[in-house]
Design a protein around this ligand. Structure first.
Ligand code: SAH
Length: 237
């Protein structure tokens, strides 16, 4: 008997419905566009990207994936949502980078069966809060990365402040994200993610907060991990 896939169909349906809006810098995914330069800088500072095999897990429409290709990474984007993947592929063609990126429909757990310990860098940004079992995802990320390689994740903390800013503020007051984008119960405390990382055999390198100002639309790194945060882990070499 095979285990049920670690995919939530209701979550995927939300991304399918909005796929066509992915690259509108002022549309439903504008926050992803706004935070992208900061996360690309974070990855550049912490990982060696040029010429490296990188897998971007839960790549969606490819906002981060294309930036990684632009930095010279040999990048594969995987996602279980067909619509966003099709948009990512079309956008890569428009941008003339289709030969530099490979997009595949797969969950990380399934992809491990093909590409175990095959990537120098594994990225999984803004996805963990959409899966039923984030520890399973983290184990798959750990299986995809080579010994000595880097895994970088980002997600949202679970506390009243995160609920106020990331759900009520972002979805209901400011309309920054479509209503229903995030399910508060699936938010992840840094200690929970750190535990999943260690249980998967990875070493924790750093946890940094990401502060997004919806009015200036600027994003900065901060030590405050109360709302959005990034986690850098490494597989012992
Ligand atoms: N990582 C991208 C997109 C984030 S949106 C970025 O930050 O720019 C979350 C994405 O995760 C969606 O495209 C959704 O389809 C995908 N996703 C959710 N659950 C998944 C799973 N179990 N396996 C692979 N992708 C998944």
């Amino acid at each position: 008997m095979t285990a049920p896939p670690n995919v939530d169909p209701a979550e995927i349906a939300k991304f399918e419905a909005l796929a066509h809006r992915w690259w509108d810098p002022d549309g439903d995914f504008k926050a992803l566009h706004d935070i992208n330069p900061l996360r690309v800088g974070y990855l550049e500072n912490r990982c060696s990207l040029s010429g490296a095999r990188v897998v971007d897990v839960g790549c969606g429409g490819g906002i981060l994936t294309e930036s990684l290709a632009a930095l010279g990474a040999d990048v594969t984007g995987i996602d279980v949502a067909q619509g966003p993947l099709a948009v990512a592929q079309l956008h890569a063609i428009e941008a003339g980078v289709e030969d530099e990126i490979r997009y595949l429909a797969a969950s990380p757990e399934a992809f491990v069966e093909e590409e175990r310990e095959a990537f120098a860098v594994v990225t999984c940004l803004e996805m963990l809060e959409h899966v039923p079992d984030m520890a399973s995802t983290v184990r798959a990320l750990a299986d995809l990365v080579v010994p000595g390689g880097d895994v970088v994740m980002s997600t949202i903390n679970r506390n009243p402040k995160a609920y106020a800013l990331a759900v009520v503020g972002a979805e209901y007051v400011l309309g920054l994200l479509p209503r229903g984008t995030h399910d508060y119960a699936k938010f992840i405390r840094p200690a929970e993610l750190a535990k999943a990382v260690r249980n998967a055999g990875l070493e924790l390198v750093a946890i940094d907060g990401m502060r997004y100002n919806p009015f200036t639309r600027r994003c900065t790194l901060t030590r405050d991990v109360d709302v959005n945060y990034l986690l850098h882990a490494r597989k012992p070499g």
